[in-house]
Design a protein around this ligand. Structure first.
Ligand SMILES: [Fe+2]
Length: 273
């Protein structure tokens, strides 16, 4: 399923599988004047030519190498002639040869998004101009080490991939680094921006305030987690005390998404015994 929504000159494509008639594990790509930011999961590849036909994509950027963000690079290159997808240098070999990491995909990831085919990729420059817009490329590791955000300073747009998600993010993937995410979020606050376009599909008008709220929430969580750990409480007890029970996403993803991963990662980054 691909649905399209306009936010002024920015077009959002929400992509995801239908399960029981409802979209599940959706993500969002964004199109602006020739630039497509992320290409979506391979499971929707058959819908790509029709969905993107009205949009003359010239350049594809991948915010990071995850399967739901690069899965349609190949079909865009074959049918739209978009050329190599631009990504952080660490992501380039992972995009051009996904066999090096797709064996590690979990069952829910295969179900939700599918395996991305190999596609051409090249290192993105620090500044990128596509159509009428100029973008600053900001390395923002933490969700993955190869994650980037794109800032269009004249419009105040910040495309945040999977870095932001929400003001009160309580879950993390098992392979994410909360300390790096916090550092990346703080780095973004050094820039001027207004609107956040999130890979989750959220578009946040007061993006700067939302991002600062997430930083404050995680800093408070880290302080409290360290305080409880110093009292001898175990990580699972701390998770229960600060964030409560795990959500259904914990069981649906075989434990890959969990509140416990956020607590453990904050303790690894900030707790000093
Ligand atoms: Fe991701």
């Amino acid at each position: 399923m691909i649905t399209t929504r306009e936010f002024g000159p920015v077009t959002q494509f929400t992509m995801g599988r239908l399960f029981g008639g409802k979209p599940v594990y959706t993500m969002a790509c964004y199109y602006v004047d020739g630039l497509l930011i992320d290409s979506g999961p391979a499971h929707v590849a058959e819908e790509i030519p029709a969905a993107l036909a009205p949009y003359p994509v010239r350049t594809v950027v991948n915010t990071h190498h995850h399967e739901d963000h690069i899965g349609n690079n190949a079909i865009l290159q074959q049918q739209f002639g978009t050329g190599p997808a631009l990504a952080h240098p660490l992501a380039v070999p992972r995009i051009s040869d996904p066999t090096s990491w797709i064996a590690r995909l979990l069952p829910y990831q295969h179900f939700a998004w599918g395996s991305p085919p190999a596609s051409a990729a090249a290192a993105i420059p620090d500044q990128l101009t596509v159509g009428r817009h100029r973008y600053a490329v900001i390395h923002t590791p933490g969700h993955s080490d190869d994650h980037i955000c794109l800032l269009e300073p004249d419009e105040g747009w910040l495309f945040t991939g999977d870095l932001f998600l929400s003001e009160r993010t309580e879950l993390m993937r098992s392979d994410e680094d909360a300390g790096q995410i916090l550092a990346s979020l703080r780095r973004l606050l050094d820039y001027e921006f207004k609107t956040i376009f999130c890979g989750s599909g959220r578009v946040v008008e007061d993006g700067r305030r939302a991002l600062a709220t997430k930083v404050e929430f995680w800093e408070h969580l880290a302080t409290e987690a360290c305080r409880l750990r110093a009292q001898g409480r175990e990580p699972e007890e701390i998770r229960q005390a600060l964030l409560g029970e795990e959500s259904t996403l914990h069981s649906l993803t075989g434990g890959d998404f969990g509140k416990i991963h956020l607590i453990n990662s904050l303790l690894r980054c900030f707790y000093r015994s």
